[in-house]
Ligand binder design. Structure first.
Ligand SMILES: [Zn+2]
Length: 477
């Protein structure tokens, strides 16, 4: 019997890993084993600890990985898989391949730094503390990436083939349409990865990449995300409010700190700031993009113009590369990053990571959270258990590098920048399907969101829906 096993992003929004096995019969014969996504668990400790557990099968026995996009919760476990012996190809779209070239070595570097920190302060129960993976493991994983264009058919094993279709989530993001011949049947499966906003909608302003996931799908089995399965994004244009928040902060002599993913979200936000400055809606204060990957991310971004929305193409034509804008600074080295601390005047700092769980944003928060003149502005999803979620929900103090930091700064959030479809948008997309899937498995959502989406799809569309649980195996009928 062929099956899917959910090895992550089941009961949570991180650690996406779905194993597809084409045969597993009583004789003990196993068929092809393909992993869709290989993400890192982030957020609460009991999920993060799962990053250290081995997969239920030998990594050497996995034939291939199909990677939907370059967010760490989808690709960040690849170096570990490779260090455990996985030798097969990792299929990804060309922009995803390029983005992995930035995010995987960076993630490895942070893992190594973390281990070194724990060894220095002797704060780990392990002696010595080891990194989850090294920069060398990340470099090895990059060698196994194989670019696959959107729409190109790939025969992965004799019984499994696939093609990518657009998911409109971030640069290079795709859904995997998989065809599997097993147990005398041919089945089509669609793994959505993360699903972007609905097509060309004014309710998703500042959308960088193609908007609208591919329509008219017809899988027998659907495995779909549910990050915003219980929410509706605000429908108004966020720009006036963004401009107002920045103007007020600068007026009282404060700085704006924006935790953002270094890839995609930061570039999108820089273009918005540039536009607001050119329209004189916000003052021309210095803007710092503070991430070791900042420049590389802009380069990848500028290389893949085929991915851009019309709005982004126009912005690019008007303003050119962010690297040439006066007053916009890219801090790639630790020294450049530290210099930002010396900036005594109001400025805007966009730094990663987006959920405040690591990276340089921690230094900026530690320094600027105690000052009521500053503004901490969230423009991305904050998962349960993250420091970002604590601050967003009004924590009076947070722990950073072992120190208790009081939160006196203003805290605000703009939800419109989301790269995930909300519930009405997900339902709108499902309504374009050419046939009803025999079963829809819901993954990649916190329990409330997954449950709400299940109820919405069952109630409004009468589809057969199940919520995936961690390590659950579901037989393909
Ligand atoms: Zn994503």
């Amino acid at each position: 019997m062929s099956y899917i096993q959910f090895l992550g992003a089941a009961g949570t929004v991180t650690g996406s890993k779905h194993l597809l096995n084409s045969v597993n019969d009583e004789t003990g014969r196993t068929g092809s084993q393909v992993l869709v996504d290989c993400g890192l668990f982030q957020g609460p400790k009991d999920w993060r600890e799962k990053n250290w557990q081995d997969l239920p099968m030998n990594a050497k026995e996995i034939d291939a990985v199909i990677l939907t996009h370059a967010h760490l919760d989808h690709c960040g476990w690849l170096p570990r898989l490779v260090s455990e012996g996985f030798k097969g190809p990792i299929y990804a779209t060309p922009p995803t391949v390029d983005l992995c070239g930035i995010v995987l070595p960076d993630s490895a570097y942070l893992q190594e730094e973390d281990a070194a920190f724990h060894n220095k302060v002797k704060s780990s129960k392990h002696e010595p503390a080891l990194p989850l993976y090294t920069v060398e493991d990340a470099e090895a994983a990059l060698q196994q990436l194989k670019p696959v264009a959107i729409g190109e058919n790939v025969q992965v094993t004799p019984d499994i083939s696939f093609r990518f279709v657009r998911s409109a989530h971030i640069l290079g993001a795709a859904m995997a349409e998989i065809t599997m011949r097993a147990d005398g049947h041919t089945r089509s499966l669609l793994f959505t990865g993360d699903i972007g906003r609905v097509r060309n909608s004014i309710i998703a302003p500042g959308k960088v990449v193609h908007s609208g996931p591919t329509e008219g799908e017809s899988p027998d089995v659907l495995v779909m995300e549910s990050t915003y399965g219980n929410r509706e994004h605000p429908h108004d244009d966020p720009r006036p409010e963004l401009a107002k928040l920045i103007r007020e902060t600068v007026k009282r002599g404060g700085s704006v700190i924006v935790p953002a993913f270094a890839v995609e979200r930061t570039q999108k936000f820089l273009f918005l700031l540039k536009e607001l400055m050119e329209q004189q809606q916000i003052p021309n204060v210095p803007v710092f993009a503070d991430s070791p990957m900042a420049i590389k991310a802009v380069e990848v971004f500028l290389k893949h113009t085929e991915e851009f929305s019309e709005e982004t193409k126009q912005l690019m034509a008007r303003y050119g590369s962010p690297m040439h804008w006066p007053n916009f600074h890219f801090a790639t080295t630790a020294e450049e990053s530290k210099k930002i601390n010396d900036c005594k005047y109001p400025c805007i700092i966009v730094s990663s990571n987006g959920m405040c769980m690591g990276g340089r944003i921690q230094h900026h928060l530690a320094l600027r959270l105690p000052d009521p003149r500053n503004l901490i502005l969230f423009i991305g999803f904050q998962a349960v258990g993250t420091r970002g979620r604590q601050i967003k929900e009004g924590a009076r103090e947070v722990k950073i590098y072992g120190n208790i930091i009081p939160v006196h700064a203003q805290v605000a959030a703009l939800e419109q920048f989301s790269d995930h479809a909300d519930t009405p948008e997900l339902l709108e997309w499902l309504r374009t399907f050419r046939k009803v899937p025999a079963i829809t498995h819901i993954v990649h959502g916190e329990p409330d969101a997954a449950q709400a989406l299940k109820t919405a799809i069952q109630g409004k569309m009468r589809w057969n829906v199940a919520i995936a649980s961690y390590k659950q195996k579901v037989a393909l009928q």
